[in-house]
Ligand binder design. Sequence first.
Ligand code: T3D
Length: 258
Amino acid sequence: MYETIKYEVEQGICRIILNRPDVLNSFNAKMNKEVTDAFKQAGKDPDVRVIVLTGEGRAFSAGEDLANVQGDDFSYGDTLRKRYNPMIKQIASTEKPVIAAINGVAAGAGASAALACDFRIATRKASIIMAFVNIGLVPDSGAMYYLPRLVGMSKAIEMAYLGDKVTADEAHRIGLVNAVADEDHFEEEVNRLATRLAHSATKAIGLIKRALYHNMEVGLEDALEYEAYCQEIAGNTEDHKEGVDAFFNKRKPEFKGR
Ligand code: T3D
């Protein structure tokens, strides 16, 4: 059904695999659209409890397919507004946990897509490159929103101005990725986190995601009220009832994601 990505759902885990390995999974318009659609579909599917975004072959994604940016009628602003911004907004607004499994280089808007995910797990050979400046562009697709929030302004400036490769180990040290695994254990590490999240209280996690981003932008008064609003919703889920029952019966909760 998709041409530029693979979409697989198994045991609560949805895998969205960028699949243009010959050009390091760089984005064309079709891939932006398909990734956006795939996140929308996964967000609505009650069988999906966690989403893993990864790449086929040796790269996560090298950002925009640079073969497309040549020609006088190419508009960078329009490309972002029509293709990338909806994709990033869809990833960010999908109320399910999202893991970027960074299997290789993530450059330009490929790195931005990883930043918009909730967790980042990198294989040791992976790297993250704010490659934009190397071709005379500014970081886009949310990179200038997420990057300073994740690593602080000082490191964000260094990465954005210099466009240097940040190794997986360095990315882990500065808090840009949550974990690094050797290639042999990478899939296992990603599956371990995905499986754990797939058995967790999905509605609560969706609400936590929404509230964390909302509360980053508002004052204490609004933040407290938004927590109360979200807690009212979480408190009425089956998973909350199950969690309390499991607590008093000294057993492990069996969350259903509703
Ligand atoms: O409107 C807008 O603003 C547009 C949106 C822009 C957002 C952006 O993403 S701008 C940034 C675009 N990305 C880049 O500038 C990164 C370009 N790529 C690289 O710097 C390097 O390829 C990497 C550091 C990612 C990896 O280097 P390496 O040495 O491992 O691989 P390579 O040999 O450079 O690339 C392998 C092949 O992939 C090669 O093709 P070939 O020679 O084997 O036929 C290369 O041309 C191709 N490739 C890599 N990146 C892209 C690409 N083809 C098209 N677009 C790419 N971005």
